[in-house]
Design a protein around this ligand. Structure first.
Ligand SMILES: Cc1ncc(C[n+]2csc(CCOP(=O)(O)OP(=O)(O)O)c2C)c(N)n1
Ligand SMILES: [Mg+2]
Length: 278
């Protein structure tokens, strides 16, 4: 990645974090922690790596797809999609209101650019496997990406999906785990530990990569490697993103597990914005 790209992503991630906070502050509370931890991953996917995206034709045949299995990170996607011109920027402050097109959890029937409805943890990755299998049968050349939570990875459905994806040789499926080590009620380790997470995915016959989830260069390199390895060995890939829940807003990061979902005032939003813009 060139220095120009690096500067682009640093600025773009600031914009996305501000839009997330603006939307959540406008309704007064939301899933701040898990929306902020996946900004770099979703930004590098949506602005650089995904192919065939067109804001004027969100359902374009053969496009790469992105499933937000941790569907409560909807506001991160809404910020990106507004910035990419899928709908007016004014929609951001309709987040989670009655009759909104931007419900708190991703919904493909309401939001242009959302490829799959999610929110019931565990289900999104199973849908991503179905999309990848369909794409493979159609031979449309698409890559299916999917973002899974670490707490979410305690769901049995995630591991059924892991099994069938490898059994069907879905090398066109590239998943990422937002390994922020926190879930709703505490740390992942104290609730029901996942370590060694990478070894588990390897045991399910996936290619596994471990990166700093806030380093866009590292994420891009891991995706490139996953495509190369998948083409050679026919396996799906899991990129483990080591992230910080609440990343970029100090009072969110400091809350620990309590940053999962919390209330925020307009004054706190202004403080967060200053901090993000640095
Ligand atoms: C099946 C199901 N059970 C419970 C919930 C409620 N819930 C929403 S988010 C969440 C915690 C998820 O933690 P994690 O996957 O680590 O997400 P992140 O840290 O990225 O926010 C829970 C329990 C849900 N959405 N779906
Ligand atoms: Mg988590």
């Amino acid at each position: 990645m060139s220095n120009m790209d690096k500067a682009f992503f640093i600025e773009k991630c600031k914009t996305i974090r501000c839009l997330i906070m603006e939307g959540i502050a406008s309704i007064g509370s939301g899933h701040i922690g898990g929306c902020l931890s996946c900004v770099e991953a979703l930004t590098v996917l949506r602005y650089k790596l995904m192919q065939g995206l067109d804001p004027k034709d969100p359902h374009k045949e053969g496009r790469d797809r992105l499933v937000i299995s941790k569907g409560h990170a909807g506001p991160t996607m809404y910020a990106i999609l507004a910035d990419q011109g899928y709908y007016p920027m004014e929609w951001i402050t309709t987040l989670n209101r009655l009759n909104t097109n931007l419900p708190s959890h991703t919904d493909m029937n309401h939001t242009p650019g959302i490829d799959m409805t999610a929110g019931s943890l565990g289900q999104g990755i199973a849908c991503a496997v179905g999309l990848a299998y369909g794409s493979k049968l159609k031979k449309d050349g698409a890559t299916i990406y999917c973002l899974v939570g670490d707490g979410e990875s305690q769901e049995g459905e995630v591991w059924e999906a892991a099994h069938i994806a490898a059994a069907k040789g879905l090398s066109n499926l590239i998943c990422m785990t937002d390994y922020n080590k926190l879930q709703i009620d505490g740390t992942v380790e104290e609730v029901s530990g996942l370590a060694p997470l990478g070894e588990k995915w390897k045991a399910f016959n996936w290619n596994v990569y471990d990166v700093d989830g806030h380093d866009t260069d590292a994420i891009e390199a891991a995706v490139a490697q996953a495509k190369k390895d998948g083409a050679e060995n026919g396996r799906p890939s899991m990129i483990i993103l080591n992230t910080i829940k609440g990343k970029g807003v100090s009072f969110a990061e400091a809350k620990g597990a309590a940053c999962h979902h919390f209330a925020i005032t307009q004054e706190e939003f202004e403080i967060a914005k200053k901090e993000i813009m640095g």
